[in-house]
Ligand binder design. Sequence first.
Ligand code: ZN
Length: 185
Amino acid sequence: MDILEHFRHTDALLDGHFILSSGLHSANYLQCALALQQPTDAARFGQAIAEHYRDTDIDTVASPAIGGLLIGFAVASALGVRFIWTERQPGEMTVRRGFTLSAGERILAVEDVITTGGSTRECIAALESRGGRVIGAASIIDRSNGTADVGVARIALVEMDVPTYKPEACPLCASGDTAVKPGSR
Ligand SMILES: [Zn+2]
């Protein structure tokens, strides 16, 4: 399975010249949800992540909502363990919905894309504040090219180096090309 090819095929990964929500420019735009529209595709990615943890004792998979929900569910399904999620309750990532954790419960945190690792770190903190023990973290894509530190051992199916530029320092702009907002075409 060529993951990036699937991402391009489903328009989840665009090549061009984009204005990101941060205002920075980039030659790539990633919208992971588009790659997971078909349940069979989500299941394949889930299976691929689960393969890394076949010999690891995991009680539960947990993901930060909303981005991590589909892939987290798929990984939990492949591992045959339960799935829960954390969500942002204005501002702070929390465990809601009546989910409970046992002391020392072994958890794998799963995201669709890791960029800085921020939401995974918040998810891990919320789970550990409830007594869970996060033993690893995984994502389909790692946009940090391996540099994001979430405080636990981490794997990704694909590592990408996606440079971003301030508009005034953007080489694509300098070449005379006009940046577009993703979805505007
Ligand atoms: Zn530009």
